[in-house]
Design a protein around this ligand. Structure first.
Ligand SMILES: [Zn+2]
Length: 255
């Protein structure tokens, strides 16, 4: 979570961006969630619908309570790509709270259906693999609710959401993988274009993510991050990257 806009000190009108930044983060939450202070037109109705089902999303409920914001402040979800472990509660938010879900056009089919090419699993160790499976089970990751309606975005788009997030295409992990740069939060969310903890081996440090469609293309895409100015670089799995965006490509190639 970018600290600059989080918590009780954040101005009520400021956009707040959220990302799982747990050191072992490997769950099923959407990795890029826009939460703004602007209310929707009927917050009571939204709350009523959500209350009926919120037990299915304890992580979101806990996070909203931590930052002191109501559900009706959420204006949009931006998915970094369409893999099932990055969809999380997006469909539940869309269906029950009317929150639009954004994803790159090239991953729109994947996020609607779960269909994706088979990729070699690569290296794995039993402990981390079982840990990832257990975490997924706890978070309903094996019963993914695919997103029935999406707002399609493209490389270079600046979204009409709080903080005006900009989409940076990073094809390779999937054709529609993107980074989401939010200057207002001084953060860039890079999804599985970069991982700092391999979910199948437990190895930490910058490295390519497993289950990548086109590994060579994914490496080439990392060069696109070089020109971004952001103090927070937040991967989909693992701890925040501690260097600058310009250092990422070389660090992953050296891994
Ligand atoms: Zn992925």
């Amino acid at each position: 979570m970018p600290g600059a806009t989080r918590g009780a000190t954040a101005p009520r009108s400021a956009p707040i961006w959220s990302s799982c930044a747990r050191p072992r983060g490997c769950g099923t939450r959407p990795r890029c969630t826009s939460i703004s202070a602007r209310r929707t037109s009927s917050p009571d109705a939204t709350r009523r619908r959500w209350r009926r089902s919120r037990s299915r999303s304890p992580d979101l409920r806990a996070e909203l309570e931590t930052i002191g914001r109501p559900l009706s402040d959420i204006r949009g979800v931006v998915l970094t790509h369409g893999d099932s472990d990055h969809i999380g509660f997006a469909e539940q938010l869309r269906r029950e709270a009317g929150v639009p879900v954004h994803v790159h056009t090239a991953d729109a089919h994947r996020v609607r259906t779960g269909e994706k090419p088979k990729t070699p699993m690569g290296p794995a160790r039993p402990g981390p693999m079982l840990g990832f499976l257990a975490y997924s089970l706890r978070k309903n990751g094996l019963r993914t609710r695919y997103v029935q309606e999406v707002v399609e975005v493209a490389d270079g788009d600046v979204l009409d959401l709080p903080g005006n997030p900009r989409i940076i295409g990073l094809p390779g992990h999937s054709p529609g993988s993107v980074a989401v740069h939010v200057p207002a939060a001084d953060a860039v969310f890079v999804g599985d274009a970069l991982t700092t903890r391999h979910v199948l081996t437990g190895r930490t440090g910058p490295q390519p993510a497993p289950f990548t469609d086109e590994p060579e293309q994914a490496l080439d895409s990392l060069d696109r991050l070089a020109g971004i100015s952001a103090s927070w670089v937040l991967p989909g799995h693992g701890a925040p990257w501690r260097g600058t965006p310009a250092d990422i490509a070389a660090a992953v190639r050296a891994a």
